[in-house]
Ligand binder design. Structure first.
Ligand code: PEP
Length: 247
């Protein structure tokens, strides 16, 4: 039985004021039957970790460098995230792949860095609209998954988020059949590569315009173990409604 996960990605949103939303969330979930994760901007991770201590809400980073230390101005290592109180890190979000030219090979190196630091890596994949229109979604996802996951990935260290790029922040979502098709495909690829135990144990999140109104039907879809949520994770009330749809 895979533990469900509701993960929020605040992206480049939030200064100290945003901690009031986190406080509301932690007060609402002193404990929970599902895993809950908030990934605030790096500047808030240590304060968010303190605020979330003793609640069911875990804190994560939105990216990490593949190296432990070094001359990488502006970057943050997985160890630094861990030191600031993070337990998870998002790796290979499409905004990192597109805005920063991150390749799947680099993402695999970042995932290994996350494992070495004791962080759970939320590894993202997803197709652009043109890829879907060309009928190449599964081929594209298969390649991204194959190249972005280290051989050492397992169910304790790795979560995969399927996020169609055209659904992120647009209000558009795939049909439930399209979500199921991709999630079932990813599950089969994982089992093929890692075997039944690990392949069936790795959690698969859907991401892309998840909101309170569509969360329940998405969560009822085949091989969907939760969601990676952007915009609707910024307000505690919205994110709580999504968490409640997962329970
Ligand atoms: C995301 O950024 O991972 C995301 C899914 O964003 P949104 O929920 O706003 O579409």
């Amino acid at each position: 039985m895979r533990q469900k996960l509701a993960a929020g990605n605040w992206k480049m949103n939030g200064t100290a004021d945003a901690l009031s939303e986190l406080n509301e969330l932690t007060q609402g979930y002193p404990e929970a039957s599902v895993d809950i994760l908030i990934c605030p901007p790096a500047t808030l991770i240590d304060r968010a970790s303190e605020a979330a201590a003793g609640s069911a809400v875990a804190i994560g980073g939105q990216d990490c460098h593949a190296n432990v230390t070094g001359a990488h101005t502006g970057d943050i290592s997985a160890e630094m995230l861990r030191d600031a109180g993070a337990n998870y890190v998002i790796i290979g979000h499409s905004e990192r792949r597109d805005d920063h030219g991150e390749t799947s090979e680099l993402i695999a190196a970042k995932a290994t860095a996350a494992y070495n630091a004791g962080l759970i890596a939320v590894v993202c994949c997803g197709e652009h609209l043109s890829t879907r229109e060309d009928g190449k979604t599964l081929e594209h996802i298969g390649t991204q998954i194959a190249e972005s996951l280290p051989d050492t990935a397992n169910a304790d260290t790795t979560v995969i988020a399927y996020e169609p790029v055209w659904a992120i922040g647009t209000g558009l979502t795939p049909t439930l059949e399209q979500i199921a098709e991709v999630h079932d495909f990813i599950r089969a690829e994982l089992v093929k590569r890692f075997g039944e135990k690990i392949g069936n144990g790795i959690r698969l999140l859907y991401g892309g315009s998840v909101k309170p109104a569509n969360a329940a039907e998405i969560f009822a879809t085949s091989n969907v173990d939760g969601a990676l949520v952007g915009g609707a994770s910024l307000k505690a009330a919205d994110f709580s409604a999504i968490i409640d749809a997962l329970v």
